[in-house]
Design a binder for this molecule. Structure first.
Ligand code: FVH
Length: 290
């Protein structure tokens, strides 16, 4: 395999290949980052063209969409009849754009979304989502599995990225919620460390609720038994307490705004999952505060 890009993630990917004894050629725009990997057994290519020309499988793990375009565009001729796995984070439409570029140049294209940080690569919990060419995925799955659990999401090259970014959306909003809470108690002198020790087990237990929300959303049964109504809790007390503590409610207020728009639309007796419909409809409303 030839791996282009030796940033934090590319370095970890290359190290896992070398540790498994997989023949690996590496290239990086800035020289010097390859030294440790070469000492461990990787072959260093001095140009992208050299790197690509020695392997049927080329993997890119670069900064962004533009850097992959800049790197592979000039060597499109030598990419022909090879397989490309792009592990660079892109939007779904950018992934589809690469798939189209690859198709035009007789390259078999598989897009990947890495659900791990560099230290996790090759270890427990590391997962990589793939979509695009099923042939590339099937032919190379044993080597892809060296990095983590490999899952294929179908021929649409944008699907892996869509899952990746949707999962990251869930993560960042949860992290943002932690910051909101830490700021609220922080205004009363509680350290973020103390707050984390209370909140970590609580949130871990609460994530068990995802499957219940999912069943409600999939069945569109927002009035079913056991659901706390939007009217019962529109998050007013949380928003008000943030403000009373001198803390911006900027993380929690948009959730309240979604709830209030659904109440205004006549769904106040329905459960919290109902805000999914507000999001899916792509509606934007005027912010409603406490
Ligand atoms: N690191 C992480 O935790 C995340 C986990 C989830 C997936 N991401 C994505 O992986 C891609 C690479 O991330 P990275 O952490 O390796 O990023 P850096 O350490 O900043 O390295 C960037 C590499 O890209 C090269 N590069 C940048 N611009 C260009 C360009 N115009 N032409 C060629 N190469 C370019 C850079 O080269 P250099 O600066 O050393 O010369 C690095 O090799 C990324 O999409 C994450 O979103 C990682």
């Amino acid at each position: 395999m030839s791996l282009l890009g030796l940033g934090a993630m590319g370095h970890a990917l290359a190290a896992a290949l070398i540790d498994a004894g997989h023949p690996t050629t590496i290239w990086n725009r800035t020289p010097g980052k390859a030294d440790a990997l070469v000492a461990r057994g990787a072959k260093l290519a001095s140009t992208v063209r050299d790197a690509v020309s020695v392997s049927p499988l080329v993997v890119t793990c670069l900064l962004d969409h533009g850097s992959v375009q800049e790197t592979l565009g000039p060597v499109a001729d030598v990419m022909a009849h090879r397989s490309l796995v792009n592990l660079t984070t892109t939007t779904p439409n950018q992934a589809r754009e690469f798939a189209s570029w690859a198709d035009d140049h007789d390259v078999a294209y598989l897009d990947g979304g890495i659900m791990a940080v560099p230290a996790m690569i090759g270890g427990p919990g590391s997962a990589i989502l793939y979509s695009g060419s099923s042939t590339v995925f099937g032919d190379h799955k044993p080597v892809l599995d060296l990095w983590g659990e490999s899952t294929y999401f179908g021929p649409d090259a944008g699907m892996a990225s869509l899952y990746d970014l949707a999962m990251l959306a869930s993560m960042y909003v949860m992290f943002g919620g932690f910051m909101q809470g830490a700021a609220m108690v922080g205004a009363a002198g509680v350290t973020a460390t103390e707050f984390a020790s209370r909140t970590t087990p609580f949130l871990a237990a609460m994530t068990a609720g995802f499957s219940g929300f999912a069943a409600i959303i999939d069945a569109k049964n927002y009035t079913g038994e056991g659901q706390q109504s939007l009217e019962f809790s529109d998050l007013g007390k949380i928003v008000q307490t943030s403000i009373d503590q001198g803390v911006s409610p900027d993380i929690i207020a948009p959730v309240q705004a979604l709830i209030r728009r659904q109440i205004a639309a006549g769904h106040g007796k329905e459960g919290f999952s109902r805000i999914f419909e507000e999001l899916r409809a792509g509606k934007k409303g005027t912010e409603v505060m406490a």
